[in-house]
Every structure is written in structure tokens, then in C-alpha cells.
Design a protein around this ligand. Structure first.
Ligand SMILES: Cc1cc2nc3c(=O)[nH]c(=O)nc-3n(C[C@H](O)[C@H](O)[C@H](O)COP(=O)(O)OP(=O)(O)OC[C@H]3O[C@@H](n4cnc5c(N)ncnc54)[C@H](O)[C@@H]3O)c2cc1C
Length: 489
């Protein structure tokens, strides 16, 4: 016997919580459950506990459209968790969440027209089984159990501690230590200023520089509207629209005139770095690629640069050659003493939450499918997959998909269908297939390493994965469910 739900949402991160809100608010007659392998909600914001863990998007756009954000734009993990907790409480959603449920297999039965989900409770190991008519995958894009950990010669000889920030142990004492942080992305840029006051010294060792966007963490418009006692819903909506527009314009500039965009970013760095550190602009803060080919990391109030100015933090562009017993030896020959080495080296891509998918007994090779607007897949019935934006806040796309999900489920009810699957038209045969994300356009390591696991996109609608909010907002609103590419039965 297994429990049945009309919809099962996989994952209780921000996407899964948003999905639950939309179902409860707009399809009150549907039964649904949110299955989550961790012990509580939050996903990314629960998994990451390294010092300073914070968003690098503003919360007016990373937060939900329906729940005003009232704090500073860039927020700490605990603030995001408390916001998500309020969303669950406001919507009385708590009873739908089942924690410690790690799903390991999902099997579609065409005969029963439902998915069977199996797995084990992470708390007791006990097996569970659920069936559902519709699967809403909100499992994120990386493996939560372990980050990407490269190996270097000599790691075993190192007498200090090596820590991956995704699994930050509770017992780390870093006060007074020499710390090396390997990496240059948002995690490294967050960690370095967060520990700088306490450590003896922290050195960020980066193979390749990252573009940083130094921004004040106060939004003047939001502050002004609050002072005018404009209701928080309005403040949220107005500031959200303004930030969406600003981000879209900046993204456009990066493509239209990358040299100007680069100069703007570097000017931000220059403004915060003390003149004696300006040599670092060329050495450490000018990447060899164009802006936005990898995520641009926001540095609120220039805190990374202020840490460098204080003398407690430094940045070197070099590579680790090997570990010694007392630190790391760089390719240049320089040795950095370290008590703690933090490897901020990224994620392991986990495409479908490490769940083995089967369609009528055959394993699903996700890479062999073609996407319907980056959320459904040819040959995969009754399943939506949430993959957010990289250049804009992830949640903006999760929200668009949630609105579509409600529309799709309503439509199925209306026409009496219990199966929907995207199918190519005759006119699509021989269509040129392209990778999920164009590696020339956006290519962080974990996506490059995993492109062969990700679905394909085509060269025309509806088989495109646009990664562009301003376009998708309109495209999704106008989607014609009866254009023949979604087969209902
Ligand atoms: C430190 C950090 C900062 C970030 N900052 C930003 C930002 O500012 N802006 C932005 O747009 N993006 C940011 N990101 C990317 C971020 O991960 C996403 O934006 C967003 O949090 C993803 O939410 P999600 O709910 O889709 O997935 P996740 O937060 O990854 O949550 C997925 C959940 O699904 C669960 N799950 C996975 N597989 C299974 C399974 N088999 N069975 C049961 N449960 C499962 C996981 O345990 C997890 O709780 C950041 C990422 C990190 C690591």
C-alpha cells in the first residue's frame, strides 16, 4: 500500500515552498505533499552554514512576488530561512511537508497513469512509497550531501584541516588561525570578509578571477518608500520591478557592450579598494572572459575589498601545486602557511536529485529528451522540473513555472485529462538540437562537467530554454496549451 497525492513536490527549498504556496492558494482541492530528504525546509539556505552565508541576489527578486521582503536587499541565510518559515506559516502549509524522505526511484506507469516514488527515511532507514498523478521537481541543481572537492598531491600529509564550505562542521574554531580559501566565486567572496576580523590572516587563492559587483546593501528607493509609509506590498513590488529592470539592462549591456560593462564592474572595485591595492584590479579582479559568462558575484558594501584594505585578507591569482604538512605550495613556488584550507571549489551537479527515473520499466536518459520551455520534457509524462535563472534570481523562474503548473493542472481538470506529455510535431523532425545551456554563453564548471546529463533544447519554440526573464515572462503568459505540442489524454 502506498499513500496517493494528486501532486508530489520534490524538495523543500525555496522552489518547493513556492510550489506548495501556489497549489494551496490556487488549487485548494488538490492533495499534495512535499517530500524532502533533509530534516527541515530551506534547501540551499539550510545546507550552507559557513560563516557569512548569504544571497548574492537581492531578496526583492529572490523572494516571492506574493510575500514582501522588508529587510536589506542582500540577506543572510538565517534571514532567508525565517522568511521561508513565514511563508509556510502564513499559508498554513506545514502539514504538507514530510522531512527525512530521500527519494531514490521514480517510476511512471502508463497503465496506472501515475508515478511511484520510493526511497528511505534518512532518519531510520525505513522504506517508503508514495504514488502521485503529477511530479513537480524542485530538487535544485546540485548534490546537497557533498560539494565538488578536487584532490591535490599531499593532501593526506597536511596537518591542518581541509573543509568544503558546503559541509561546514560545527566545531571549527578559526579565531587566530592562518586560513587559505581556494576559489574565487560568491562563496569565497562571502567567506573571506566574514572571517577576516577573527583569523590571523586569510588568503583567497584563485586560479581565475571573478567579476564582482560592488553594491551598497541599502536600496534608496525602498528606504524612501518606507519613509513615506507606503504599504510593504507596494514597496516590494515597486522595488522588485526596478531591480528586475536594472538587472536586465546590465545583462543586456554585458552582451551589447562588454567592454563598457567590464569597466563599470572594475570601477566598482576601484572605488572600494585602497589605492595601494589597485594593482590587484589587473592581477586579481579582471577575469579573462566576458562579463556574465559566469555568474557575477555581488559584494555588498564592498566588504571583500574592505577586508583586503584592512590587511587581514589578501588575494592571489595562482594555482595550488600541492599540499605540504603546513600549508599549500603554489605553482609560482610561493608557500602559504595554513591551519585551515577551505576548498570553495563548487558543486556536484545533481540533475534529478540523484533519483533513478523509469518510464514504463525503461530507465530515463534525461539527456535524450528535448525540453518544452525548459520545464517539461519529451517522453516524460506528468512532470515539471524547476530550473531557475542564473543571470537573474532563480526564484523569478520558479514563480513563472509555478503559475504555469497551476494553469496546466486546471486545464487538465477542465478537459478531463490525466496525462500530459510534450511531443515533437512532424515539422520538428530533424530539428537542430543544442545543449541545455550554450557553453559559450554561460559556463560555470559544474554545468560544463554535467552538460552530457542535462536535457537538450531545440532551435524553435516551444523547445527552447531561454534563461531570460524579460522574454519568458511574456512567452509563458501567452503559452497556448492547445498548440499540439502538449499531448493530453
Ligand atoms: C550559498 C549559495 C548562495 C546562493 N545565492 C543565490 C542567489 O542569491 N540568487 C540566486 O538566484 N541563486 C542563488 N543560489 C542558487 C540557489 O541554490 C538557488 O537559487 C535556490 O536556492 C535553489 O532553490 P531550490 O529550492 O530550487 O533548490 P535547493 O535550495 O537546492 O533545494 C532543493 C531541495 O531538494 C532536496 N532534494 C534533492 N534531491 C532530493 C531527493 N532525491 N529526495 C528528496 N529531497 C531531495 C534537497 O535536500 C533540498 O533541500 C545560491 C546557491 C548557494 C549555494
Amino acid at each position: 500500500m502506498s499513500d496517493y497525492f494528486d501532486v508530489v513536490i520534490v524538495g523543500a527549498g525555496i522552489s518547493g515552498i513556492g510550489a506548495a504556496h501556489h497549489l494551496a492558494a490556487h488549487r485548494p482541492g488538490s492533495s499534495f505533499a512535499v517530500l524532502e530528504s533533509q530534516s527541515d525546509f530551506g534547501g540551499t539556505w539550510r545546507t550552507h552554514t559557513y560563516p557569512g552565508t548569504r544571497s548574492d541576489s537581492d531578496l526583492h527578486t529572490f523572494g516571492f512576488g506574493f510575500k514582501p521582503w522588508t529587510g536589506k536587499p542582500i540577506a543572510k541565510a538565517e534571514e532567508i530561512l525565517s522568511y521561508l518559515g513565514e511563508v509556510i506559516e502564513d499559508g498554513n502549509l506545514g502539514g504538507h511537508f514530510r522531512y527525512h524522505h530521500r527519494i531514490t526511484t521514480a517510476s511512471w506507469s502508463g497503465g496506472d497513469r501515475q508515478w511511484t516514488l520510493k526511497g528511505n527515511l534518512t532518519s531510520t532507514g525505513e522504506e517508503f512509497e508514495y504514488t502521485t498523478g503529477f511530479l513537480w521537481m524542485c530538487q535544485g541543481y546540485y548534490r546537497h550531501t557533498a560539494g565538488f572537492q578536487p584532490t591535490w598531491p599531499g593532501m593526506d600529509d597536511f596537518e591542518g584541516r581541509i573543509i568544503h564550505p558546503q559541509s561546514w562542521p560545527d566545531d571549527v574554531v578559526y579565531r587566530g588561525t592562518e586560513m587559505v580559501v581556494v576559489g574565487s566565486g560568491a562563496t569565497a567572496a562571502t567567506l573571506v570578509p566574514a572571517v577576516a576580523n577573527d583569523v590571523a590572516h586569510v588568503t583567497m587563492v584563485q586560479r581565475t578571477p571573478t567579476y564582482f559587483r560592488a553594491k551598497s546593501n541599502v536600496d534608496d528607493l525602498a528606504e524612501m518608500l518606507r519613509e513615506l509609509e507606503v504599504p510593504s506590498e507596494w514597496v516590494h513590488e515597486i522595488v522588485r520591478r526596478k531591480l528586475i529592470l536594472e538587472n536586465a539592462k546590465f545583462s543586456e549591456l554585458c552582451f551589447a557592450d562588454p567592454d563598457v560593462a567590464r569597466e563599470q564592474l572594475l570601477d566598482g572595485v576601484r572605488e572600494h579598494l585602497a589605492p595601494e591595492h589597485h594593482y590587484l584590479i589587473d592581477e586579481a579582479f579582471t577575469p579573462p572572459y566576458l562579463p556574465w559568462r559566469e555568474r557575477v558575484a555581488v559584494v555588498p558594501d564592498g566588504d571583500l575589498f574592505r577586508a583586503i584594505n584592512s590587511g587581514k585578507a589578501s588575494v592571489v591569482t595562482d594555482e595550488i601545486d600541492h599540499f605540504s604538512s603546513s600549508g599549500v605550495k603554489l605553482r609560482s613556488g610561493r608557500h602559504l602557511n595554513a591551519d585551515i584550507v577551505v576548498t570553495a571549489t563548487g558543486f556536484n551537479l545533481s540533475v534529478l536529485g540523484d533519483i533513478n527515473f523509469e518510464i514504463d520499466g525503461s530507465p530515463l536518459a534525461f539527456h535524450d529528451t528535448i525540453t518544452y520551455h525548459g520545464m517539461m520534457f519529451t517522453g516524460v509524462p506528468n512532470m515539471l522540473w524547476v530550473f531557475g535563472y542564473f543571470r537573474a534570481s532563480w526564484t523569478l523562474r520558479a514563480d513563472l513555472i509555478a503559475e504555469f503548473a497551476v494553469r496546466l493542472l486546471d486545464h487538465m481538470n477542465r478537459i478531463g485529462a490525466n496525462k500530459v506529455v510534450p511531443e515533437l510535431r512532424d515539422s520538428d523532425s530533424g530539428m537542430r538540437l543544442r545543449p541545455w545551456i550554450d557553453p559559450e554563453n554561460f559556463n560555470p564548471g559544474y554545468l560544463r562537467r554535467g552538460l552530457h546529463l542535462l536535457p537538450c533544447q531545440g532551435d524553435r519554440d516551444p523547445w527552447l530554454h531561454r534563461q531570460d526573464y524579460s522574454q519568458e515572462r511574456k512567452v509563458f503568459a501567452d503559452l497556448d496549451l492547445d498548440d499540439g505540442t502538449l499531448k493530453f489524454s
